[in-house]
Structure formats: C-alpha cells, structure tokens
Design a protein. Structure first.
Length: 590
RNA sequence: GCGCCCGUAGCUCAACCGGAUAGAGCACUGGCCUUCUAAGCCAGCGGUUGCAGGUUCGAUUCCUGCCGGGCGCGCCA
C-alpha cells in the first residue's frame, strides 16, 4: 500500500515542470524511503509525504509552494480519495476504502509467503548467537540470546536474506581445563576421597552426574589419593591464597597424575555431556543451528596460523616483551592486542579473528554477532582484525544484548555459573512455558535491561501478552468450528468478491493493519528489532478482538458472512506468520 | 579517569534511520456476557520525554556539558 503512494510521488517528482527546482537541488530530489510515512492521526489522512519539507531548503522555496507544485503534478489513482496539503508542507493522502480491502485477497493468495520481501537481495548472512562456554547448563541470560538470535535470524530470512545460524563452541582454553579438573575431583569424591573443593572450580551440582559418567567410562583407572593431589599446592582463597593460582596448580597436578590421555578423557566426558545438554535445551526451545563450530578446530585446521601469517605479511604485527602483538590501533582500536603470548600460547583474540576471517572465506556478506553487553569492548578489535586482513570492517555487525535480571517478586536472584547458583533456562521453560519465554525475551528492545519476574511469569501467566495474541488466533479457529456446527461452509471466492461490503470502521482498521505487515517485517529486519514485530502483533490482535466484540461474523447474509470470514482468515494468516517468526505456536484452541 | 549502552505515565516498555496533539500494557475508576471462547471489548485517570544549552520550519530522536544507572578498559576466555 505504501508502495502505491511512493510510486505516485515519484511520478510527480519526475513530472515537475522544469525550473521548479534549481539544478543543484535536482540531485537530492529523489524519493527516500523515509519521505512517505503512515500518519499517526487519521485526520491527517492515511499516508503523509514529507519530501517538500525536506527539499524546501535546497530548492530555496517555501515548502508549501513546493508541495503544491508536486500536488499539481500528481497523477490520479482510483485508490486515492483525496490529497491535501497541511501544516508546514505535508502532502496527506487519503485512500479509498477499497484500497485497503484488496489486502485480504493478497494475504489469502500468498499465505505463508505474505510479508516476505526481497530486501536482503539473497545476500548471505551468518548469525552467531548464544555461543555460551560449555562449562555448564544454559541459564536465563543465555535464553535471551537464544530467543533474540533465533528471532532475528527468522526475520532476516523473511526479509530475503540467506541466513546461516551458528554456535561457536569455546572448547579450548583454560576454562575447559578447569572444567576437566572439577569433573575429576567430583569423581574422586564419589570414590570416597575427602578434600575441600577449589573455590574457583565449577561447583554446580550438574557436574555430579557427569562425574558418574566419567566413572562409567574410566572405571577406577583415574582414581588417585587426595593426598597425592593436594600436597604441596599453594593456598586456596579460603586459606588466604589466590584462587587462580590455586586452580592452575590443581590442573598441573591433575595432568601429572593422569597423563594427557587421562586428563583428556575427563575433559571430553564433561564437554560432550554439557554440549549435548545445551543442544537439546535449545532444540526444545525451538532454536536450531546450521552448524556448531568448534574453536579447537581452528587450531587443528590451521586457520589461526593462516590468519597470523596474513597479518604478518601485511606488516600488522610486532614483537614486544617476548609476545606477538597486532597493531589494532592502526585500525581504530584503543590499544594494540596480544595475539601470541610470551609462553607461545595463542590468545583467545587470535582464534577470534581467525574465526571471523574464516566466516568471510565461507562467503558470508554479513557477519552478525549477538553478544552480551559486557563484550562491547570487543567490537573494535575484531573489526580492526578483519580490516587488517583485507576484509571490510563493516561486514561485521554486532548486536549487544543487555543483561537479564531475575526477580522472585521483589527479590533479585543472584546468579553465577562458577558457584553453581543459578536458574537454568530449562527450569525457566518448565515454569513459564516455551511460548511465553520466547515472547517475553524479545518483547523488549535488546539494548534495554530485562527484568524477568518469575513470580509474575508463573503465578499470573494468564496476564502474559503472548496469550492475548494466541487467543486471537484461536478465536478465529473457533469461529470456523462454530460455522461447521451450524452446518454452514465458507465460500472464499464469494467472500473475496464481496470485500466491498466491509465498510465498518473495525473492518477498515483491521485491513489497514494487515497492509502494514510487509512494511513492518522489512523495517524490523533492517533495524534488527524483533520487538517491533511483537508490538505489531499486539495491535493486530487488538484490532481483531475489537472487531470480534463489535460485530458477529456468522451472519445470515451469506455474502457479507463470506466477506467477513475472508478478512478474519487473512488476519489469522498474518498472526500465524508473525508468531512463526517469533518461534511461538499458533494454537487452534485455548 | 577513558569508552559503550540506557534514562519517556505510579510500574514495565513503544514511538516507523528529525515530523503534526508522545502511545500501549499493568495498576486504578466505571461500564459490556440468554447470540461466533469475558484469556475479550469500551470509556476514564495518568507526562516539564533526567537537567541545561545548541542545531532548524519542526527534537523523545542529532550535537555539547552536567546528573543518575548498567557494562567494559588482561600476555583471561
């Protein structure tokens, strides 16, 4: 519908008499998407064009005069009732009722495809999200990443992007070693060894079954006496020492006592188990990935070395204090970054730029990372890395997701993976339900903090707005059941031929809202803003519920009945399409 | 100290890359079920958009400075 107005204004622009605009203004006198907008107030018509206001200055003309020139050049159209100039130079379009009604045919014909666009032009996007360290189950914060990332990926797909979803597994590095040691220590405790658990180890109960698993795999072959492990270690935090030094010493000792193979067994058992759990959790949450990408594999397949060699050949690295540094400052980062430490170990940053380079090499135009708000310092350096390796820096786009604070009523719930005190995503889903979770997580803009009140979400789950939208969908289905019970059938062709009968204000409003859906998908995808879809669906549901209360659909007049049912079925289709993008089910009854 | 994000109704949040009289939900007040699901509808109440300047036809939106909150600033990952 918006495109109609756009094309009319574009024609008017082209048809402006010579000399209306000075030559230097002619260049900017092209229609921009923002020049046509939906009006907020119906008194200003249905669409407003602001191009006269925008061009007035360059044209050295009064905006109202310019608007009048445009108005004179505007071609007539059957769907346009009247056009008038208002305020400082708005050109307001009032559309004919029939203009809205056509959307019903369009929706019914296109079905699931209604609202999709070619905006992405088939370009390839890789969306990386969650990528939580596999050191424990997902918690409620990860849930927000999962819901946001999955919904955004769906939105981009609807907007014509070719989307690849990926999970980056941080299966290398120190936290994996701490996990292996923690698992092994639990295994020893299960065999009767007594000692106090390292304060910096993973202490959550979820490791207990994993330690049992290790027992099944290894039998007693990894059993060592506690005394052999803890004798001669530096003090732990509880004894006035440093918890990091202590856990490192425990890891070194574990390696000595178990050998590389034994240690690796503990690590692999824990990693496989936790990763399996994460994968299942996400799948149940409706979040499916195209690929799970192992950080370790970057070392194995030489990707890190390739990236470093590339940087080196470009002269972008230097040595200092025995370490190898990347000149990130030359690309706008605030400081240079170590890529190989003095001890020869490559940093996490090294694997990260290698990973992003590898994404580019796989042919992705857009590298979209969904990261926690605490990672913002990160963007500049990865972008610097890409640019130094000859890739466009703006191919990397990062969306930060602010933290979730969990409340039980007034009380804030403290969480920490290390200590094992946290509410898992799985617990949350069990209490609140997948639909409400998915919905609640993306209701708010990702750059807003999210307060998740468990008490509210569980006790009063009927107040959750997701039900309001689902209810609209279920109500339509219920109307159809009612129709059948009364021995009637819906004649879609007759309904679509009689759309002119839909003259009630609620019918006009709902049809108008339906025409907004494609624009909304486009704009939500462009802005990476799933919450816009949530707000739209609420409005559409509101239009429907109002209509439902104001008028009966199943009336005696068969033609009118079919027309109304056609409108209502089109509404159900759009609700279904939108809920699908959100990953929320569209129930037939509630 | 430096950097990024945020500050809008009592509460939780919107506001279409600068548009017209800043909108929803919850809460509160009052109405609507012998007719398609009341998990619904309608009406009312509620605002100096943190503060002070600037840019222009127009600012919640852009710029500067303050105030308040969150998060970063490792040869950790």
């Amino acid at each position: 519908m918006k495109t109609l107005v756009e094309s009319l204004v574009a024609q008017a622009l082209a048809a402006l008499p010579a000399g209306t605009l000075p030559e230097d203004a002619q260049a900017s006198a092209r229609l921009a998407p923002a020049d046509i907008e939906r009006t907020r107030d119906a008194r200003n018509g249905d669409f407003a064009c602001t191009i006269a206001l925008r061009l007035a200055k360059a044209a050295k003309k009064n905006p109202r005069q310019l608007a009048e020139a445009l108005l004179a050049a505007l071609p007539a159209h059957a769907d346009v009732l009247k056009v008038e100039i208002a305020g400082p130079g708005f050109i307001n379009f009032h559309l004919a009722p029939a203009a809205w009604q056509g959307v019903v045919r369009e929706v019914l014909a296109q079905g699931e495809a209604y609202g999709r666009s070619q905006q992405g032009g088939g370009k390839r996007a890789i969306v990386e999200f969650v990528s939580a360290n596999p050191t424990g189950p997902l918690h409620v914060g990860h849930g927000r990443h999962a819901a946001f990332g999955a919904t955004l990926a769906n939105l981009l797909t609807a907007a014509g992007w070719q989307v690849h979803r990926e999970y980056y597994i941080n299966d290398a590095g120190r936290q994996m070693e701490i996990l292996a040691a923690s698992t092994w220590l639990r295994y020893l405790q299960q065999r009767g060894e007594q000692f106090s658990f390292p304060s910096n180890g993973y202490r959550g109960d979820y490791l207990l079954p994993i330690a049992e698993q290790l027992g099944k795999r290894a039998g007693d072959t990894l059993h060592r006496a506690a005394a052999a492990i803890f004798t001669g270690l530096p003090p732990d935090e509880a004894d006035g020492g440093d918890k990091d030094d202590y856990i490192d010493a425990v890891i070194v000792r574990a390696r000595e006592l178990l050998g590389e193979d034994g240690f690796r067994m503990a690590l692999d058992v824990a990693l496989e188990d936790i990763l399996g759990d994460i994968r299942q959790d996400l799948e149940e949450f409706g979040v499916v990935y195209d690929r799970w990408y192992s950080e370790r594999s970057l070392t194995t397949n030489g990707a890190i070395d390739r990236a470093l060699t590339l940087l080196q050949s470009q002269g972008r690295v230097f040595e200092k204090d025995g370490a190898l540094w990347f000149r990130a400052t030359e690309f706008g980062d605030e400081k240079d970054r170590v890529v190989v430490r003095e001890n020869g170990v490559k940093t996490y940053f090294a694997s990260d730029i290698a990973y992003h380079l590898e994404k580019r090499e796989r042919g992705f135009d857009l590298l979209l990372d969904i990261l926690g708000a605490d990672h913002h310092g990160y963007i500049a350096r990865v972008r610097a890395g890409l640019e130094a390796m000859g890739q466009p820096g703006d191919s990397l786009e990062v969306r930060l997701v602010q933290f979730v604070t969990l409340f039980r009523g007034e009380e804030k719930v403290q969480m920490s993976t290390r200590s094992g005190e946290f509410i898992t995503l799985r617990q949350l889903r069990a209490e609140v339900g997948n639909d409400a979770c998915r919905f609640y997580y993306v209701m708010r803009s990702n750059d807003q903090h999210l307060d998740f009140d468990l008490e509210l979400a569980t006790k009063r789950s009927n107040d959750n707005p997701v039900y309001y939208i689902q209810y609209a969908h279920a109500r339509v289905s219920s109307v159809l059941r009612q129709l059948a019970e009364r021995g009637l059938t819906h004649d879609s062709a007759s309904g679509q031929a009689a759309l002119g009968r839909l003259t009630e204000p609620q019918e006009q409003a709902m049809a108008a809202t339906l025409t907004r859906y494609p624009e909304l998908i486009d704009s939500a995808a462009t802005q990476r803003a799933p919450h816009l879809l949530v707000h739209y669906l609420r409005e559409l549901a509101n239009d429907f519920h109002s209509y439902y209360n104001a008028h009966a659909f199943i009336v005696d007049d068969a033609e009118l009945r079919d027309a109304r049912l056609a409108l209502v079925l089109a509404t159900r289709q759009v609700l279904r399409n939108g809920l699908g993008i959100l990953g929320v089910t569209a129930p037939e009854s509630m």
